[in-house]
Write a protein that binds this ligand. Structure first.
Ligand code: ARG
Length: 267
């Protein structure tokens, strides 16, 4: 009798727990954002022109083409935008843990990441290049030229994964903030940085002592820049993809890139 009661109670407890959790998860990611009235966007503002800090009226402000895209999302969904800055190696974690709703951080699509996250369709291309000192730019044409060189990559990036897998003859140095890597390159502590083309070109344009090598990384190329969401967010993905389609069809992301070129980067 006693045993039966315990079994019965456990069953009831189990059932009500199940009811509770299904009630909590009955709201999809899109509905959650709309109900909160805010979309929290994780980013790492050390990647001009995508996201970076500038000074506006003496105060640091996060700007960039990705931030304009985030604003477009917020406007179209009818919610407020909250930009949550952090180091790049925390950006995806914060989506996974639910601290942020989405991540927009110059993120490249990768199959490994797609096992853990949902991604929108591509909103911009993503090519990897090597940034070096101008006076060494002709030394780099193929992977073998990086042998025994010190190569910096940003922690948590696909460039880090690529370098660790494919450039095993180089000494790969992972740095948390991209600005650190730039400083190390400028003062000769590293020989090269592997990073996204648009970012490298920006640094080369601003710093006569830096240049982008002609070296290409075919195997490291990927399908482009995407926005990350928690796994299994079909409604959110549909809503964001619709906005991305409008943005891409209108060439608006290119206008965003153009628009933010007026800001000076502060590290
Ligand atoms: N595209 C690379 C990746 O997805 C690097 C992105 C770095 N982004 C940044 N905001 N620092 O891994």
């Amino acid at each position: 009798m006693k045993k039966m009661m315990i079994v019965g109670l456990t069953l009831v407890a189990g059932l009500s727990l199940a009811a509770c959790s299904s009630e909590q998860s009955s709201q999809n990611e899109l509905e959650k954002i709309k109900e909160k009235g805010t979309i929290v966007v994780a980013t790492s503002p050390d990647y001009a022109p995508f996201e970076f800090q500038t000074l506006v009226d003496g105060k640091n402000k996060i700007v960039g083409a990705d931030i304009l895209l985030a604003k477009k999302f917020a406007d179209e969904l009818g919610v407020k935008l909250e930009v949550s800055p952090m180091n790049f190696d925390n950006v995806l974690n914060s989506v996974q843990s639910g601290k942020a709703d989405i991540a927009i951080a110059g993120l490249s699509y990768s199959e490994d990441r797609a096992k853990v996250f949902d991604f929108t369709n591509v909103y911009n291309s993503a090519d990897n290049v090597l940034l070096v000192k101008s006076d060494t730019v002709n030394d780099y044409a193929k992977n073998a030229d990086l042998a025994s060189k010190k190569l910096a990559v940003q922690k948590g990036t696909i460039q880090e994964v690529y370098a660790n897998e494919n450039l095993t003859d180089s000494s790969v140095i992972s740095l948390t903030v991209l600005g650190e890597a730039i400083n190390e390159l400028k003062n000769g502590k590293v020989d090269a940085i592997l990073l996204d083309a648009a970012v490298a070109e920006g640094y080369a344009a601003q710093n006569p002592d830096l240049a982008v090598s002609t070296m290409t990384f075919e195997e490291a190329q990927n399908d482009g820049k995407v926005v990350a969401m928690p796994k299994d967010s079909p409604e959110l993905k549909e809503a964001l993809d619709k906005i991305i389609k409008e943005v891409v069809d209108a060439g608006a992301y290119d206008s965003y890139l153009e628009e933010v070129s007026k800001y000076t980067v502060v590290e």
